[in-house]
Design a protein around this ligand. Structure first.
Ligand code: NIG
Ligand code: FE
Length: 422
């Protein structure tokens, strides 16, 4: 079946090389006006004038974009989408002066989500995550990475990853699973250095091999941070993951500058995420690597931190920058990628074109999917989002708003809002 998407006021194609965009490349979202998009068998078959496409694809069905803006579906490359209870209590504690890491030291934070998730069944977690991911889809996201990391036992991590696998089957979204068994040192392993060592052994000898054997994850990730995993521990865990064919990600230099970015570069990680506290050496190291810097400005905003990742310095150094929500119950409970675009412009000082590229092509690169999704160009999967705005710069502009009308994954409807509100 062939469908022509017609009457878009703009098509943000992001067309170009099928890899993370760097430097000034990021400032070109390849926006086209007066073009239609042909989709055949789930892929983009052409982008051109309506007249051309109508004659090339005679008899094609037409989808009327009604003057909206058509973009590649957002690629939200960093979420912790499977969790149980909400943690608004911690938001108030922070407002009262308690720091995120202090809350964790007192057994809250990630530990609190871990206690909760361990008690829930796979079915219950599936039901909760399904609703939450549908919400993500309603903001224009068509590909979402989902991490485990609130189980922290072999059984509870596998339970979480099985939930993610079920979500991938049940939902029209494209879902990329990540094993984050190294999200924290579980409290029962914080009693002595031997107990801590036991957990790392468990990760390396049992959990990572089991995840790879059951093909439950594409990526492995580690929270490399002062007070959580050291650089040496992170290297050991990710080297084991790489050894069994998993790709690598790091939560790097989120709150303190601990050498995470340098490690990501030296390991050849696909992405280094957060980076609000990255050092000069970290930026330099990433500029020589093939690693995407995934920035999560919603997290710093929600934690009430004044600091944001130095996006401009990354871009100037030629490091591909992606933007994502970090959707999770503790530090960033937002599903709204457009809001992240707003923060990209207003806080990270990126241009509207740069934030669009960061949330599409570069998000895809952060998931090793840049050859398949992230741009509206012939051969790419027809993963599309339609917004009821007439200029793409309105997406970061109407902050907090949701202008998404419909999304498609592989040409099939993923999300549809019945009534466009303007
Ligand atoms: O990306 N920093 C570590 N992990 C998450 C937070 C998880 C949580 O607090 O539950 C993050 O911010
Ligand atoms: Fe995270």
């Amino acid at each position: 079946m062939i469908t022509l998407f017609v009457n878009a006021s703009q098509v943000v194609t992001c067309a170009g090389p099928a890899r993370g965009r760097r430097g000034t490349e990021m400032n070109d979202a390849a926006v086209r006006t007066d073009v239609a998009v042909a989709v055949a068998s789930g892929s983009i078959a052409g982008v051109g004038s309506i007249a051309d496409l109508r004659s090339r694809f005679a008899g094609a069905e037409e989808f009327d974009c009604e003057g909206g803006v058509l973009t590649p579906g957002f690629v939200d490359s960093h979420t912790h989408g499977v969790f149980g209870k909400l943690r608004y209590d911690e938001q108030e504690l922070r407002a009262a002066g308690l720091d995120y890491m202090e809350i964790a030291r007192r057994g809250g934070g990630i530990h609190s989500s871990v206690r909760d998730l361990r008690q829930r069944s796979e079915d219950e977690l599936f039901a909760l995550a399904e609703r939450r991911l549908r919400r993500l889809a309603s903001f224009g996201t068509t590909t979402v990475e989902v991490k485990s990391g609130y189980g922290l036992t072999l059984e509870d991590e596998l339970k979480t990853l099985r939930v993610i696998a079920r979500l991938a089957k049940a939902l029209p979204l494209r879902i990329v699973p990540t094993f984050l068994g190294a999200h924290e040192i579980p409290l029962e392993h914080r009693t002595s250095s031997a107990a801590r060592r036991d957990y790392i052994d468990l990760l390396v000898r049992e959990m990572i091999p089991a995840v790879a054997r059951d093909r439950l994850a594409v990526f492995a990730d580690v929270f490399c941070e002062t007070g959580v995993y050291t650089v040496d521990e992170t290297r050991e865990i990710l080297t084991a993951a790489r050894g069994v064919g998993l790709l690598m990600k790091l939560h790097a230099d989120e709150l303190t500058s601990a050498g995470g970015a340098e490690l990501a570069a030296s390991l050849g990680a696909t992405s280094a995420d957060h980076l609000a506290a990255v050092s000069d050496e970290g930026i330099e190291a990433l500029s020589h690597a093939n690693t995407v810097a995934t920035l999560l400005p919603g997290t710093m905003l929600f934690l009430g931190k004044p600091k944001q990742a130095p996006a401009r310095r990354f871009i100037e150094a030629g490091v591909p920058v992606a933007l994502a929500t970090d959707f999770n119950p503790g530090t960033s409970p937002t599903a709204n990628v457009s809001l992240i675009l707003t923060l990209g412009v207003s806080q990270l000082k990126m241009s509207a074109a740069e934030v669009m590229v960061a949330a599409t092509v570069n998000g895809a690169a952060a998931l090793a999917l840049a050859e398949k999704v992230g741009q509206i160009a012939p051969g790419f999967s027809a993963d599309l989002a339609l917004f009821d705005v007439s200029d793409f710069r309105e997406l970061p502009y109407w902050y907090g708003d949701n202008r998404c009308v419909a999304t498609f994954v592989g040409g099939k409807p993923c999300y549809a809002r019945d009534l466009a509100v303007t």
